[in-house]
Design a protein around this ligand. Structure first.
Ligand code: GDP
Length: 290
């Protein structure tokens, strides 16, 4: 079955269905309760959890398990399908020349993620360059430069220039031989108007093929408002969830994906440039339910 590594209490509940060919309403309720508990713990938005619970209940009671399928496998399949409907498939990332714009709050992991993505593209045989337009956070330039050196990818930044739009423009010119441009932007503590105006201007200049929103896995319920505002300002095509090597499961990002009608592109799983994975629904769903 597709869902490995399920949490022990959900697995326990599913085991009690072993051997049954039909599910009672109580059986379905018990499974849904366990799922709700795991998802709420993983910071998935309450209304999303409710929506999901309703669709699982309706389908599990209405649809007959196909011949030869146990009630347990039948409900598990429904859970998986309904979860995929919410989590979505991975954001499509063509292996071709493109410009990627990164957005997110300060500390979300943007700068680290920019270098990680560049490393990822370089491993796929492309020639990436990172353009660092964050003139707001002290140290962003040095950090980005160092990480790009470690990733052995091209880097452009200008510690003497205070206008991010100028850096973006000059950066694109200076790295014109690169085929994938990853433009890192400044994050603030919140969604100040200034941050939004600045990123809109950068977006206008670089015309990204993909705009990715970077979230810390611990974002929780704050994801919704952030996603909405960035979506309105620049249009969000995908999400990168960082710090999944910690205890947070990143369920808040689902709210963002739902809000922006986008999908998850990458996962960050550590502090070094190699700690990046392409999103893959099965593992992520198992983790949310685990
Ligand atoms: P920015 O302000 O959004 O550019 O965030 P940074 O890239 O500076 O990241 C903030 C902190 O989070 C740094 O200490 C990074 O090393 C750390 N960080 C970023 N991504 C990850 C990750 O996937 N796992 C872990 N453990 N730490 C991360």
């Amino acid at each position: 079955m597709v869902l490995d590594n399920l949490g022990s209490s959900l697995r326990g509940t599913l085991e009690t269905l072993q051997g049954k060919t039909r599910l009672s309403e109580e059986d379905v309720e018990a499974v849904v309760r366990e799922i709700q508990r795991s998802l709420l713990q993983a910071d998935v938005d309450v209304s999303l959890v409710m929506e999901l619970s309703d669709s699982i209940k309706t389908r599990a009671l209405k649809e007959e398990p196909p011949g030869g399928t146990s009630a347990r496998d039948h409900v598990l399949k429904i859970v998986y399908e309904e979860m995929v409907a919410i989590v979505g498939e991975s954001t499509e990332i063509p292996l071709e020349p493109q410009t990627i714009l990164l957005a997110g709050l300060q500390g979300s992991g943007k700068t680290t993620s920019a270098a990680k993505m560049a490393w990822w593209f370089s491993k796929k045989g492309l020639r990436p360059a990172v353009i660092q337009t964050d003139t707001f956070r002290p140290g962003a330039y040095d950090q980005a430069k160092q990480m790009c050196e470690r990733a052995e990818v091209e880097f452009y930044g200008d510690p003497d220039e205070s206008d991010p739009v100028t850096i973006a423009r000059e950066g694109l010119e200076a790295t014109e031989d690169a085929d994938v441009h990853i433009v890192d932007t400044a994050g603030r503590h919140g969604l100040e108007d200034e941050l939004i105006a600045e990123i809109e201007e950068i977006e206008g200049l670089v015309s990204p093929d993909l705009s990715l929103l970077v979230f810390d896995a611990a974002i929780g319920q704050g994801a919704k408002e952030q996603a909405r505002q960035f979506e309105e300002a620049i249009g969000i095509d995908g999400v990168m969830i960082t710090k999944l090597d910690g205890t947070a499961k990143g369920g808040g990002a689902l709210t963002a994906v739902n809000e922006t009608d986008s999908s998850i592109a990458f996962l960050g799983t550590g502090e070094t440039v190699q700690d990046i994975e392409r999103f893959e629904p099965n593992g992520f769903i198992s983790r949310l339910l685990g």
